[in-house]
Design a protein around this ligand. Structure first.
Ligand SMILES: Nc1ncnc2c1ncn2[C@@H]1O[C@H](COP(=O)(O)OP(=O)(O)OP(=O)(O)O)[C@@H](O)[C@H]1O
Ligand SMILES: [Mg+2]
Length: 416
């Protein structure tokens, strides 16, 4: 019956059904109800149920009030699978919902239609999961529950109560967790395989070769350091995530942080032939923050500029006072390089864990793709954000936005 109805198209249906809403049809409908058949269950190929827009279900308004109070989408059908009532949330799943119309037309998900049929025939609750691609990828579970309502006196009638849960956030977390475990194991397995390979070589063919031993031990040290760094980054990320709901409350001045990071990375800058230029205002810019986390985040940005933007030979770090769109004061720490830049399609994904534009290049530089994820989490915890601007071929600019502390001056002890 569902397919039969679909072929007709909804608008055509409405006209046909008005015409068909004759006495014999009404009688047949009434008999069906009296005999306990439902159109959902019947599937006999008989005439489709009549649509009567004027028809109001006796308990319709009451049911509507009841499900109107539910936060989750809910739709109630009569025993002929016509819509009696639905709440606001349900329109996000089925925008075409209309009272009095057959649900099998407005709900186009085949799994759901089958569940409605089964619930009608078996008179047992049904649970189904379905997936929607448009307008967004979303997963839902639906419960279709036959309910027998007493109407007062001896009468009763059956309805189908449909409720929906949006499973999308759960699914996404599941996917992310699976991806995360796969990525983390892969990143650990590569250096581990290299280490085992060298251990075997040192035990066997290179046993008595002191030159090879020195060379291999140096490589092994590099691989072990990489594994240690990966584990360290993963632990830092999970620690920051654990504390995400606890905003840091120590006043921290930003200029000394910039200086500390630049001093720490001078060796790398010299190695890469890059000159770092720092601009900071004379006034102190103070945020409520966790000093170590801020150092770590800025270190990642400057290190990236030195590693991936070295071709530009110059990195500018600019600390400025600015205002948010909501007109509250904030500090910007922008790290600008003049290297190859990043293509626009990569920008939205850069802060995902393990995401790298060029995996081989990042690995060659000892990277694991966790740096920007860490920066993002640190900034989130500080109530700030990361902004990225880049033009392919003209370098990139990564800016940390941090809400400025308002109120009493910072304790100097915290600032050194
Ligand atoms: N300034 C930049 N110029 C060009 N590409 C960049 C720049 N900064 C980051 N990227 C790209 O973004 C990717 C992700 O950076 P991220 O800091 O998260 O990881 P990583 O540097 O590869 O590893 P890690 O930071 O863990 O050592 C890098 O691999 C690189 O491809
Ligand atoms: Mg990095």
């Amino acid at each position: 019956m569902y397919h039969e109805l679909r072929k007709r198209g909804t608008s055509r249906m409405a006209i046909d059904e008005h015409r068909r809403d004759s006495w014999p049809n009404r009688l047949r409908g009434a008999l069906r109800v009296l005999l306990g058949h439902t159109d959902i269950a019947a599937g006999t190929g008989g005439a489709p149920p009549a649509i009567d827009r004027e028809r109001t279900h006796p308990q319709g308004p009451l049911i509507e009030q009841l499900i109107g109070g539910l936060p989750a989408p809910a739709i109630v059908l009569d025993r002929e699978a016509r819509v009696i009532a639905f709440n606001e949330a349900a329109t996000s799943i089925a925008p075409a919902l209309r009272r009095g119309e057959p649900a099998l037309i407005v709900l186009r998900m085949p799994e759901l239609v089958d569940a409605i049929r089964r619930a009608g025939t078996r008179r047992e609750p049904q649970r189904v999961e379905f997936f929607e691609r448009v307008p967004l990828d979303r997963w839902f579970e639906a419960f279709v529950t036959p309910v027998r309502l007493a109407t007062g006196g001896d009468g009763h009638y059956d309805i189908l109560l449909m409720t929906f849960n949006d499973l999308s956030p759960l699914r996404r977390v599941e996917e992310m967790r699976a991806d995360f475990v796969a990525n983390a194991s892969h990143e650990l397995r590569t250096p581990l395989a290299a280490l085992l390979g060298f251990v075997e070589t040192l035990q066997g063919p290179a046993k008595d070769d002191p030159v090879a031993r020195e060379k291999f031990l140096a490589i092994m040290q590099g691989q072990a350091t990489r594994m240690a760094r990966l584990i360290d980054d993963l632990l830092s990320l999970s620690r920051i995530e654990l504390n995400a709901h606890l905003p840091p409350n120590t006043p921290v001045e930003l200029a000394p942080i910039v200086r500390q990071v630049v001093d720490g990375l001078q060796t790398l800058a010299r190695d890469r032939g890059v000159e770092i230029k720092v601009t900071a205002p004379a006034e102190p810019l103070i945020v409520l923050g966790d000093r170590d986390e801020l150092v770590r985040a800025l270190e990642n940005l400057v290190e990236n500029a030195l590693k991936y933007g070295a071709a530009g030979k110059r990195v500018d770090i600019t600390l400025t006072r600015a205002r948010t769109r909501a007109d509250t004061p904030e500090a910007h720490i922008a790290v600008r390089d003049y290297g190859p830049g990043i293509a626009p399609e990569h920008l939205p994904r850069l802060t995902e864990r393990f995401y790298r534009v060029d995996v081989a290049d990042s690995r060659a530089q000892g990277g694991t793709g966790l740096g920007l994820a860490l920066v993002k989490h640190v900034l989130n915890r500080h109530g700030g954000r990361l902004s990225i601007e880049s033009t392919l071929g003209a370098g990139a600019s990564f800016a940390m936005h941090l809400p400025l502390r308002t109120g009493e001056p910072a304790e100097t002890g915290e600032l050194s």
